[in-house]
Design a binder for this molecule. Structure first.
Ligand code: ZN
Ligand code: CA
Length: 346
């Protein structure tokens, strides 16, 4: 009963302020519905540092043209994810010296799924018109074709990211490992997906998805339980509450310096730019132990044909067109870094 009262209380709060993330609240909803089973897997250290390619499908669900965001918009998000998860983000240089020894790269990379569940060549982006004007976190309709959304692609093999108009001021939410397979994945409001340089919003740099995918790989908020420090990571100092805006450094709470620039806090997009070593280890552990299906079939394989040094202007391969007429190589269709579609010879 207490939980129900709390849920109503939080719903009330949600309706009045910009809400950075609904993941904790959503987990409580799923526990109520018996759709979430937390695992007992111990947090072992990652066995090896490697590269982990995650095939992603973006489900764009739209009721009007603004919501039907462009491929470029989606690709800009992918680019942010690949930088943020590999400490290649430009603002990584802002990590204070105090935290530099624990700032970490995960080796996790994301691609648009190049094969759909039936094995057809795919763009990794689906588009679905809906009659619904908004979607609510508590109803899951965006995840159901029968309810005006779209069913996920096999959630064991793909990271599903639904993009739709979320009701209220919620930016996004994710499931944690252990969630019912029909609901597993990330949901982002269409206004916060990708880099939107012309947007006045402080959430315009694609960090909502960076943050939510952290939850998808099992990370808690750094401020979870405040000074009790229950985020499961010793290298993220305890912090008394969530941080908003763009906090100055240094500041202190719970007797230590605050890591407000961690992706798992709530600051503006421009003011979060690091994961810690414990966090990246935790994500890789969860990936290997609980989300291993994402690694089993390499739906990112076209990109593995590229030589990262020679082909660094290529953002991703869209399609393989076949051998060229002289039979000396493959013609492929690519997006270059300027998001221009080109034919390219390997
Ligand atoms: Zn969150
Ligand atoms: Ca911590």
């Amino acid at each position: 009963m207490m939980r129900v009262i709390l849920l109503f209380f939080f719903s009330f709060l949600f309706s009045f302020s910009q809400e950075r993330c609904g993941a904790e609240f959503y987990r409580d909803l799923l526990i109520e519905k018996d759709l979430f089973q937390p695992s007992n897997i111990s947090n072992r250290q990652a066995l090896s540092i490697g590269q982990y390619d995650i095939p992603v499908v973006f489900h764009i669900i739209y009721n009007n043209e603004q919501e039907n965001i462009s491929d470029d918009q989606v690709i800009s998000q992918l680019d942010v994810l690949n930088k943020d998860y590999n400490a290649e983000n430009q603002d990584f240089i802002n990590v204070p010296d105090t935290f530099l020894n624990v700032a970490s790269s995960s080796g996790i990379r994301f691609c648009l799924a190049q094969l759909d569940p039936l094995g057809n060549v795919s763009s990794g982006i689906t588009r679905t018109y809906t009659d619904l004007e908004v979607f609510s976190m508590s109803e899951d309709k965006m995840k159901m074709s029968s309810e005006g959304g779209i069913d996920p692609w096999d959630t064991e093999k793909y990271l599903n990211i639904w993009v739709c108009d979320l009701s209220g001021n919620l930016l996004g939410f994710s499931t944690f490992p252990g969630t019912d397979p029909l609901l597993d994945g990330v949901v982002i409001d269409y206004q916060y997906l990708g880099v939107l340089l012309n947007s006045p919003s402080p959430y315009n740099l694609g960090r909502t998805a960076t943050h939510e995918i952290g939850h998808f790989f099992g990370l808690e908020h750094t401020f979870y339980a405040g000074c009790s420090d229950w985020d499961g990571c010793d290298d993220t100092p305890p912090i008394s509450s969530s941080s908003f805006g763009c906090p100055d450094f240094p500041q202190e709470s719970c007797g230590s310096l605050d890591m407000t620039m961690n992706f798992m806090d709530y600051t503006n997009d421009a003011c979060m730019y690091m994961f810690s070593t414990c966090q990246t280890n935790k994500m890789i552990n969860n990936l290997i132990n609980q989300r291993a299906g994402l690694l089993e079939q390499n739906f990112c394989f076209y990109n593995s044909l590229l030589d990262p040094e020679k082909d660094k202007n290529i953002l991703r391969v869209i399609d393989i067109l076949g051998r060229d007429t002289k039979g000396s190589g493959f013609n492929i269709k690519i997006y270059d870094n300027g998001f221009v579609e080109k034919t390219y010879k390997l």
